[in-house]
Design a protein around this ligand. Structure first.
Ligand SMILES: C[S@@+](CC[C@H](N)C(=O)[O-])C[C@H]1O[C@@H](n2cnc3c(N)ncnc32)[C@H](O)[C@@H]1O
Length: 225
C-alpha cells in the first residue's frame, strides 16, 4: 500500500468547484494556454520561464481567482515576472482573457495546488514576493484547519523567498486576520504586520462582495529576515 505522507493528510485549502467554463474561457485556454503555462514538472526556476525577457523581480500570486487583480498588477509592472497559481480552471481561462486583451507578456500561470507547487517543484530562495489576496476564509469553526495561512505554510513561504522578500496579504474575514497576525508574530522568519491598503492593489468582485456585506478588509505586509 502507498505510504501516507503528511501531504496526503493535509486538508485541501480549496473547494473543488465545477470545471464548467464559458465558451470564451475555453477558447482562450485552447488558443493561448501554451504561451502562459508553466507545466508542473521537475524543478522550476523562475529565471528559466520568462523566455526572451529578464525580469527585475519575481512575484508569485497564490489563488488568482478570476484574474482581475492579477492582470492589472502584471500590466502595471511590465519588468516583473508575475506568476499566478490557481486550481480553478475557469478562473485561469478568465485570467488569460484579461491578459490577452491587455497584451501582457510578463505573466506565467501554473494550474495546481500551491502546496504541491512549492513543496515539490519550486526552487528555494528564488522569489521577491508573494501576493495572497482573499485566501478562502473557511469561516466555519470546524473548517478553519483548511486555511492556507498556518505555521507550516508560512515556513514554506519563507523558504521560497529571497532574504528581504515580501508577503502581501489581504483578507476580509476578521477571525482569519487575527489568526494571520498571530502566526506571523510567532514566526522567526518574518517581521511586519498590518498596513494601509496599498494603492496598487485593485478591487476585485470578490472583495467588493465582502465590502457590500460590510466586511472589514485588512492588508498585511511581512518581510523575510
Ligand atoms: C476567495 S478566492 C480569491 C480570489 C482572488 N485572489 C480575489 O481576490 O478575487 C481564493 C482563490 O484561491 C484559490 N486557492 C485556494 N486554495 C488554493 C491552493 N491550495 N492552490 C492554488 N489555489 C488555491 C481558489 O481556487 C480561489 O480561486
Amino acid at each position: 500500500m502507498e505510504s501516507l505522507t503528511p501531504e496526503k493528510f493535509r486538508l485541501r485549502s480549496f473547494r473543488l468547484r465545477g470545471e464548467r467554463m464559458t465558451k470564451a474561457q475555453s477558447e482562450a485556454l485552447l488558443s493561448h494556454w501554451n504561451k502562459f503555462e508553466i507545466p508542473l514538472q521537475g524543478e522550476i526556476n523562475p529565471q528559466e520561464v520568462f523566455y526572451g525577457m529578464k525580469p527585475d523581480e519575481f512575484i508569485m500570486e497564490i489563488g488568482s481567482g478570476m484574474g482581475e487583480a492579477t492582470a492589472q498588477i502584471a500590466a502595471a509592472r511590465p519588468h516583473t515576472g508575475y506568476i499566478a497559481v490557481e486550481v480553478h480552471k475557469p478562473g485561469i481561462g478568465a485570467l488569460i482573457i484579461h491578459a490577452e486583451r491587455a497584451g501582457i507578456r510578463n505573466l506565467r500561470i501554473i494550474e495546481g495546488d500551491i502546496w504541491e507547487v512549492l513543496t515539490q517543484h519550486w526552487i528555494d530562495s528564488s522569489l521577491d514576493a508573494f501576493h495572497i489576496f482573499f485566501p478562502d476564509p473557511w469561516p466555519k469553526r470546524k473548517q478553519s484547519k483548511r486555511r492556507l495561512l498556518q505555521p507550516a505554510f508560512i515556513s514554506l513561504l519563507a523558504k521560497k523567498l529571497k532574504p528581504g522578500g515580501r508577503v502581501h496579504i489581504a483578507t476580509d474575514w476578521v477571525p482569519y486576520a487575527e489568526e494571520i497576525e498571530k502566526h506571523f508574530a510567532s514566526s522567526a522568519d518574518f517581521k511586519g504586520g498590518v498596513i494601509p491598503r496599498p494603492e496598487w492593489r485593485p478591487l476585485t468582485k470578490f472583495e467588493n462582495k465582502g465590502l457590500n456585506k460590510e466586511h472589514r478588509v485588512t492588508d498585511f505586509l511581512y518581510t523575510r529576515n
